[in-house]
Design a protein around this ligand. Sequence first.
Ligand code: PRX
Length: 660
Amino acid sequence: MSDQTHDQQGESRTFPPDPDFAASANGTADLFDAAEADHEGFWAEQARTYLTWSTPFTQNLDWSNPPFATWFADGELNACVNAVDRHVEAGRGDKVAIHFVGEPEGDSRDITYAELHEQVQRAANALADLGIGKGDTVAIYLPMIPEAAVAMLACARLGAPHSVVFGGFSADALHSRIEDAKAKVVITADGGYRRGKPSALKPAVDAALDHDETSVTDVLVVRRTGEDTAWNDRDTWWHEALERAAPTHEAQPVEAEHPLFILYTSGTTGKPKGIFHSTGGYLTQAAYTNAIVHDVHRDTDVYWCTADIGWVTGHSYIVYGPMTNGVTQVMYEGTPDTPDQGRWWQIVQDHRVTILYTAPTAVRTFMKWGAEIPARYDLSSLRLLGSVGEPINPEAWLWYRRTIGGDRTPVVDTWWQTETGAIMISPLPGVTTLEPGSAQRPIPGISAEILDDEGKPFTTPEQVGYLVLTKPWPSMLRGIWGDPERYKETYWSRFGPEYYFAGDGAKYDADGNIWLLGRVDDVMNVSGHRLSTAEIESALVSHPKVAEAAVVGASDETTGQAVCAFVILRQEAVAEADEPGEGEALVQELRNHVAKQIGPIAKPRQILVVAELPKTRSGKIMRRLLKDVAEGREVGDVTTLADSSVMDLIKKGMDAPASD
Ligand code: PRX
């Protein structure tokens, strides 16, 4: 990692804040002192500054029963009122909340806060008509269309926790998430537009509900593509339900600790974890970080976060943070290369976007496509760039700043997780001297350390350890839905109950900046999407021809990591796979099987059929060695293998064709 801070010319470059930017930045140096002086008081002040409470709180943090925290517990508020109603009440109803850009060219519309207000009220009434009330869960499976935000906010209005499932997940993945959360209603669409054509969504919902028992009574269907779709008794068109519903709805204040949403994320086992978040603490930190890190200025900025609503970034930095701050934002439905590779830059130019928040994988893709593409557009409106989801290598960071940011804008690399709810480690663009490739320091109010194997904190530069968070924070997960033991075990047992174990490796550099070095557990990060090796392995072994499978995340220039699978076939399938041409067909079959079980994002880049897997004498698969093979490296120490010749056999098979 030692050359991480050097760009292609071998220069080490840092970027002090621009004085003009600093002069009007929301995030200032004194926040660090204030948070240091009084951690809880600091957060209470943010909760009062950024939010409107229907019952003001008097309690701050309660950490008497770790790891179960409460924040602002005797206060009451409604997240939708904070994100929508109060802007309208303050006379800003005509302000654009969302510049929606559909993928088909010309398919755009602007939605003001007043329009959003009416939509969320009608949607809340429509959901209430279906029997949804406080504490009921609702699953949302939608493309990137404004209705996704409306659906989430309507749930929040009723105190009904939503569980958004990414539209790229399969029917099976959707089914298990619906049932785990016992959702009563699913909100979906006939489809959305992707890569220039309609892509159906509703059939996956139908398949997900095609089981003997389901908790779901009703499905609301947004008409987006107008394509024919099968219809069931439980289905209602969204637009018809909203038209029928009353246009006004009294929002229900909930206790600060009332769960706002559940979001499933991959862990180290095959079963995804339903991470759930509170209302008051979560919203406080989502709004605060959007203000101090993204530096949103309500009256002048046009903000664009390119994440999908199905991931936590879409929750915190499309819906809850920016809308609570009353900003104007862009929402784009489709892919960056439709109709051509300039689509994003066309959008920035058309809407005069000032703040862009995206993922390193996107930046690296644009680098590959070439600087001449963004150069055709006027990107001079941009004043801040952000990155999230995986480490951004210094070359990509520098390219982003130079090519997209006109060598002018700060770039903030923000580290956080589904579990943390909001940004935790990041530069403040008006304060921090930027170090390309590093997320740098915990933001004001957050405390982190790096521990060695024994759990001792260290500050020695370049020594690699484990990132932990040392103080509770308002937007921390409140648990794993229905599984408090797994919550304790996963996050609070590795280094004892005071340390939240993030699962990421990290180190300090000589200047005390934190460098995130990727996961230390069996979680992969593919294009910023979190995938579990165990989940893909169990998808593979559910195929009748597979006896055993091992999955590793191998480095990939564009996607960060790529899924590589090693499978042992069942006896009867071995002979068949040896037939000419059959091996490749089988690999395709297995890749498609994973896509069907989990979703296309989990499709292995490469599947290698092997006779044996490298195992220790106690039978544990040595993924480290498989990773060496998948990354084309010299295989590491094999002395603990039960049979050291296994690796030679696997390496020989490595010339098997990779498929897309
Ligand atoms: O490994 C870290 C990586 O993404 C993981 C969290 O994934 P998820 O819950 O899906 O949330 C992604 C969006 C917040 C982390 O454990 N990660 C996220 N941001 C960064 C990062 N790794 C390095 N640098 C980052 N800025």
